[in-house]
Design a protein around this ligand. Sequence first.
Ligand code: COA
Length: 336
Amino acid sequence: MPQGSTNIRDEWKYMDEECKQLQETHRIYLQKLDEISKLQSSCSSSIFRQRRRLTEMSKKCSTESSEKDSKNVDEIKDKIKTRLNAFSEMEAFLPKKNGLYLSLVLGNVNVTLLSKQSKFAYKDEYEKFKLCTTVILLLLSFICYFFVSYRFVDAILNFLLVWYYCTLTIRESILTSNGSRIKGWWVFHHYVSAYLSGVMLTWPDGNLYKIFRNQFLAYSLYQSFVQCLQCYYQSGCLYRLRTLGERHNMDLTVEGFQSWMWKGLTFLLPFLFFGHFWQLFNGLSLFRMAQLPDCKEWQVLMCGLCFLILFMGNFFTTLAVFRQKLKSRNQRPKSL
Ligand code: COA
């Protein structure tokens, strides 16, 4: 037999062996996947059942408690609370049904990330995405403000803003269903911003548009700059939390994190509040513009309204976040 064909045959035999091993490994993999999905459904249904019974039990506790055994009842109530929290933590690692928005956008695909590392990695990637897109938006606003003054370039900027905010709403819904504590307002903020940018996109290139254009572009420039600072702060928080391996309960070991977060926040807040008042200023300018006799465009009033909503939501939510953080900072020494 010629040497060449013997070599090929040997190589084939070797590959055949390897392929058989691969098939076996894959068979085990499928079997484990099957086991995992059975375990997932069994855990989910047990949690569902336990939760229902705990709710019934806590109702009983509040109706049937007498003076005598109130101490016992209180103890059980505390235990029920702890158990419910433990169930919520378990559920963060089990597949669940998507909410209305994700079902509409993505359909019924599972978006639960099943390990802490993948949750962190997803959030990290979300912050990077925000930073990259914000830098592009910053450059584009800069070009529009200083160099080119064509309506179609402005339209590209506004389209990019619409796309960016829509993408954020999807990513944030995925983050929320993976246990992120993003406040409802920030998600709503992105819907309003997407709508605002969409309305800006349709604003015809008339006199009024030209009057407001530079103010809007300067605001976009500033907002992108603040968002870069915000991304830096939020990625910093994320990296420090990951290093600590901690998430929601802050104790002595996270003192360093707390002081970094506090420094970052106090640095960021003046920039944020300035941005909020700029939104108020934009809103008021547009309302004034809407009263001009030659104002025929509905976009003027609509954008004014959106800016006003953004101002109120951003200002009061940021204030509430700051107050809440201040309160927990002042309470910390007492709890140690
Ligand atoms: N957008 C998206 N997610 C946000 C967010 C925002 N504006 N603000 C907070 N979050 C997320 C955090 O990343 C965190 O997520 P996690 O649970 O997955 O870790 C969660 O919400 C809870 O955050 P919280 O501890 O309440 O606040 P923070 O310290 O992360 O950030 C601020 C506080 C004030 C810096 C932040 O809310 C912020 O930048 N707000 C201002 C935004 C704004 O006004 N933009 C317009 C500028 S002109």
